[in-house]
Design a binder for this molecule. Structure first.
Ligand code: GDP
Length: 607
């Protein structure tokens, strides 16, 4: 390993920065990546652009060539740029590698016609959480009405060719979007007007269809890596920094892990440690693979084997026991003098920090995400005071039957917690069927706060269902006074006009007369107000009510014989009726009515 010994970190030996593309669905992330990838026909094959595992590599020369119209001296000190291939996959922007974000820089794509959208905000939050620098691509400028296409043109030059109307609409939309960012607490400005790069985020107008502004975008990425403060970040180091992107089963290879090697060198037969759901996985690298450089062979799935690979690179690794590896975690190499236990501990660190967020009470929903990073973001969100949903279990990867079984434990304790919040993961048909059968709810979304909205709606639904179930047992407090001239029927059923002195009189409420030895006279079976049937009457209203006895004894009770019009009619409450109201109707009673309930509780001498 002579090479390793020689390569002390130095400004002459830099690795490629890693970039990812984020933003709301349909803003043009995929198109933009395609457009950046598009190579000049004259340049032949691929202009040095290479397809890697999970990423595309852009050599410095290619970027220099494409930005030369903008700035002659835009030299890249780094060898190139590595762009993660799965745009929009929030999880990737949120991958960690040794505590910081895996991505050195991100491009946040915003549709100029739509402005900030839900996933834009979510991407912003992820970027903030990981402290990742980013550039805003204000995409689809070609959709401005009357846009004159200037293929691959620099944006300032292109803008000059546009009519006044187009320019005005453009200005108006940009102003609006800058305001929207301001509301999110971010200063932004068109990059060519931005005097305070760093403090103020740069906006680059682009069209992923005709390529306007794309050179500007590339130039900005270049300038960003050129900053003096960045050199250290990109210095090549022997210390392997590597993040697991995905676990894939490949025919002929078995389980493989796709990784991004951010820094350092990986060798065949290196002993590695990766984080697994059941603990650290220790194995050796059986093969280091990259896609075949020739397109035709790539389709057949043949890979190039390497003895060693230097960062930065997207690589496929095969080795035993990797099927339980967790995407989004760091891979560690145990060097010749390295300590295996240290590596194991380090590998599990991220996982342990995530595990520590699980609710200690053991009551809560189960959450599942595609990577450790996105799981962490989800847990963070669920914990925030405005959301506050407890979590009892976590998992990474698709939802399987075993996950449903795990979540079903909550059915006994709190039905609404027998829920799996699945963020950006698939649910197997078997798991789905089992969940239906057992009564476990699986909520799926690829925007974190949609999960919250769904969960909230689900809880409200459960509450309503339960309210219906216990409606007969829930007695609201009320005190009624008969209006003497409105005694229509004295008994069986009693029909009288009453003033509601206090509380809520509901259909179904059992009524008794405390002043006459607490005799029960039946239930309210109907209420009429202004000749219309209603479900309830509240304090201050005058209504006519029908009270029917539910047993022969009650049916005998009559106004003028067993009680008088002066006697107050009061809801018959019991210990269990109070409990039902407390558990299910807390929000349905005002403070005043809660006080009345307490008053009646004392009146009925309930403990
Ligand atoms: P993603 O979901 O963010 O990856 O969006 P896509 O790249 O799939 O683009 C969504 C749609 O917008 C597709 O129909 C694209 O053709 C279209 N689109 C993307 N970029 C542009 C653009 O710059 N101009 C116009 N007119 N359409 C675009």
């Amino acid at each position: 390993r002579a090479e390793e010994a020689n390569s002390k970190p130095s400004a002459d030996n830099l690795r490629s920065p890693i970039c990812c593309i984020m933003g709301h669905v349909d803003t043009g992330k995929t198109k933009l990546l395609d457009c950046i990838r598009r190579t000049n026909v004259q340049e032949g094959e691929a202009g040095g652009i290479t397809q890697q595992i999970g990423a595309t590599y852009f050599p410095a020369e290619n970027i220099r060539e494409r930005t030369k119209e903008l700035k002659e001296d835009a030299t890249l000190r780094v060898p190139g740029l590595l762009v993660i291939d799965t745009p929009g996959h929030e999880s990737f922007a949120n991958l960690r590698s040794r505590g910081s974000g895996l991505c050195d820089i991100a491009i946040l794509v915003v549709d100029i016609m739509h402005g900030l959208e839900p996933q834009t905000i979510e991407s912003l939050n992820l970027l903030k959480m990981r402290n990742t620098n980013f550039i805003i691509a204000l995409n689809k400028v070609d959709r401005l009405y009357g846009w004159k296409t200037c293929p691959d043109g620099p944006i300032v030059k292109t803008m000059k060719q546009q009519s006044n109307d187009v320019q005005n609409e453009f200005k108006m939309r940009v102003k609006d979007i800058i305001n929207q960012f301001q509301m999110e607490g971010l200063n932004t400005e068109l990059y060519y007007k931005n005097k305070k790069m760093g403090e103020t985020l740069s906006i680059v107008p682009t069209s992923a269809i005709s390529g306007e502004g794309v050179p500007d975008l590339l130039l900005l990425l270049v300038l960003w890596t050129q900053q003096k403060t960045m050199v250290e970040r990109f210095m090549f180091s022997n210390r392997v920094q590597c993040t697991v992107l995905e676990i894939k089963v490949i025919e002929g290879l078995g389980t493989t892990i796709d990784v991004v090697l951010v820094n350092g060198v990986l060798h065949e037969k290196d002993q590695i440690v990766v984080c697994g759901m059941q603990g650290p996985i220790v194995t050796t690298i059986r093969a280091l693979l990259t896609p075949h450089p020739m397109k035709e062979l790539r389709i057949k799935g043949s890979y190039v084997h390497h003895k060693e690979i230097k960062a930065a690179q997207g690589i496929k690794i095969t080795g035993q026991g990797l099927e339980h590896a967790i995407p989004g975690t760091a891979l560690y190499v145990v060097g010749p003098d390295g300590d295996l236990d240290d590596a194991k501990e380090a590998a599990m660190e991220d996982m342990n920090s995530v595990m520590s967020r699980i609710d200690k009470s053991g009551e809560g929903v189960c959450v599942q995400a595609s990577t450790l990073g996105s799981l962490e973001a989800l847990l963070e969100f669920l914990k925030s005071p405005a959301v506050n949903i407890p979590v009892s279990g976590i998992s990474i990867g698709p939802v399987h039957k075993k996950d449903v079984v795990k979540a079903s434990v909550m059915l006994e304790k709190r039905k609404e917690y027998a829920t799996i919040l699945a963020f950006d993961v698939k649910v197997t048909p078997e798991a789905s069927a089992l969940a239906d059968e057992m009564g476990v709810k699986i909520l799926i979304a690829d925007i974190i706060y949609h999960l919250f909205d769904q969960f909230k709606a689900y809880i409200d639904h459960i509450k309503e269902e339960r309210k219906k179930e216990v409606a007969d047992e829930a007695v609201f407090p009320c005190v009624l006074k008969i209006i003497p001239k409105y005694v229509f029927y004295k008994k069986d059923p009693i029909v009288v006009g009453v003033d509601v002195l206090e509380g809520i009189a509901k259909v179904g409420t059992p009524i008794c007369i405390p002043s006459r030895d607490y005799i029960d006279i039946g239930h309210i079976v109907s209420i009429k107000r202004n000749d219309k049937e209603v479900d309830m009457a509240t304090k201050g209203q005058a209504v006519s009510i029908k009270i029917a006895g539910t047993n022969p004894e009650e049916q005998q009770k009559s106004v003028g014989r067993h009680f008088e019009v002066e006697d107050e009619l009061v809801s018959r409450i019991t210990r269990s009726s109070i409990d039902v109201v407390k558990a299910n109707y807390r929000d349905d009673l005002s403070k005043e009515n809660w006080r009345l309930l307490v008053k009646l509780k004392n009146l009925f001498k309930i403990q």
